[in-house]
Design a protein around this ligand. Sequence first.
Ligand SMILES: [Zn+2]
Length: 312
Amino acid sequence: MWRIVAEVVLLPAIYALSSGAVSAAPEAALPVRQIASGVYVFNGVTAEQDAHNRGAIANLGFVVGSRCVAVIDTGGSPAVGEALRASVRAVTALPVCYVINTHVHPDHLLGNQAFLGDKPVFVGHARLPAALAARGRTYVASAERLMGDTGRGIELVPPSRTVSDQDTLDLGGRMLHLRAWPTAHTDNDLTVLDEASGTLFAGDLLFVEHMPVVDGKLAGWIRVTDTLAAADVKAVVSGHGDAGAAWRDAFAKQGNYLRALADQTKAAIKAGRTLSQAVDEVARDQTANWALSELFHRRNVTAAFAELEWED
Ligand SMILES: [Zn+2]
C-alpha cells in the first residue's frame, strides 16, 4: 500500500547558513509529503533545469529515525539543497547524519553543499567518486549556463563513505539498507530501502512520466527494471514523477520502452541502418507515452546504438 498522509509542509524556513555560503534570503522549505511514518518526499517538476525551477526537477526525500535524519538526494542547485534542509528543519530538530546520493546526475546532488554545516556522512556508490571527477566540471558549467545566478558558486561534494555491494545505516531504531547496482541507468546507481516502512528510494532506476534517460547500459537497466518490478517492498519513490501505488506498472512501462529501444536498435544495426537513420526510426511509436521525449529519445537511441553496435 502507498500510504499518502496529506501532510504538506510549506513553512518559512528555520534557517541556518551552512558552509559559509552567502545567501540573500533564507530559502523557503520545499513542499514535502509524508508518505509513511517518518518518510518525507518532495516531487520535482518534470522539466529541464532552468532559472525558474532552479534545478528542483528530481524527487528528493528524507527519513527520520530516533537518533538522526538521512537525506536522500539534494536537488540540482545549492538553493534547492538549502530549501530541502529547511524542510527537514521544519519537521525535526534531529541532526542530519547521512546525505545519500542515488547517482551522479546533477539534479540529484548539486544541493549537497547545503548540508556541509551538518557534518553528515556523504554516501554513494563505489563508482560515484570517479563519475563525479569525470563529469563534475561539466555539470557545474551547465548549471551556470542553464540556471544563471542559482547555478553559481557550486561546490562538488563527493561521498565520504562508498558502497560497492550492500550497506546498512542506523538512524536510531531505524535501518536503511543500501544496495549498489551493476551498470543500469548509470554506472553508479544506489537504492535505499527504509526497512521500517518498506519504502524503496529507487533513484533514477525508475522514471515515471519523464522519459527514461540511458546513461549506463541498456541491457543492465532492463535486468534491474525486471528485478525491481518484483521487489518485496511496500512503496517505491522514483527519481522523477510519481506512480503512487502503481509503481509495479511503472517499472513494466519503463521495461517496455527500454526493450523497444534495445530490440529495434539491434534490428536497425543488423539491417545496416546508419546511426542517423536509426535515430529517426527506432521506437518512434513509444515517444508519445513520455514527457520530454523530444529532449531525450534521440540521445537514448544514440546511446543504444553505441552500446549494441559491436554485439553479435
Ligand atoms: Zn539520473
